[in-house]
Design a protein around this ligand. Structure first.
Ligand code: GRF
Length: 194
């Protein structure tokens, strides 16, 4: 039986979709068992229902005031691995501790550049362009209590051209995210089970 994954997302969920597509073909490696969202009516929930993956919405306030609810849900679903995919809320410490070494995040820049609190979405790419960066890319890292601070597992680069805008750079970086994130999650899970 494969490892049970929960994906946490807050937005369109294009990475969540790629992860669900990937593991649908590899049930012996992992099954996406749950989508955790911090708001309703987001693309990620739609993608989850297409794939028959149950979703749960836990608001930021609930995460802060009642983190035990999330812990209970993860336990009840037998979750063994967490993939953050555009989840814009702080993960409760009890979850980062329980899932130490079993939780990844993806960030759309070459950390430590353009990371940290408040650096998400188009802001990351605006900062790279404003900086005159010649390259950018993705970082897949383990998650601890500090934003964008965990051990780096994988980076991949893309050139920033002189005619790139924050939007065009975002599109290029997103393609890299989709290509790499499912593969790196698979590699991490296989490493844990080896
Ligand atoms: C991605 O750029 C990811 O790196 C960041 O949030 C974005 C999520 O996009 N953490 P999507 O919802 O997966 O399309």
């Amino acid at each position: 039986m494969g490892t049970n994954i929960a994906i946490f997302a807050s937005g369109s969920g294009s990475n969540a979709l790629k992860i669900m597509e990937h593991f649908k073909q590899k049930p012996e490696v992992a099954t996406v068992q749950l989508l955790v969202a911090n708001k309703a009516d987001i693309g990620a929930i739609t993608h989850a229902s297409t794939y028959g993956v149950p979703s749960v919405v836990i608001t930021n306030l609930e995460l802060k005031n009642n983190p035990a609810r999330l812990t209970q849900i993860l336990r009840a679903q037998g979750i063994q691995f967490i993939a953050l995919a555009g989840f814009l809320a702080k993960i409760p410490a009890e979850v980062t501790q329980t899932f130490a070494g079993r939780m990844l995040n993806i960030h759309p820049s070459l950390l430590p550049l353009y990371g940290g609190k408040g650096m998400y979405g188009i802001k990351v790419h605006e900062a790279a362009i404003a900086d005159g960066a010649k390259e950018s890319g993705i970082t897949i890292h383990e998650v601890n209590e500090v934003y964008d601070d965990g051990k780096i597992i994988h980076q991949a680069k893309v050139a920033v051209d002189e005619y790139d805008t924050p939007e065009s750079l975002q599109a290029k970086v997103l393609k890299l995210e989709h290509a790499w994130y499912p593969l790196i999650i698979e590699r991490a899970i296989k490493g844990l089970n080896a």
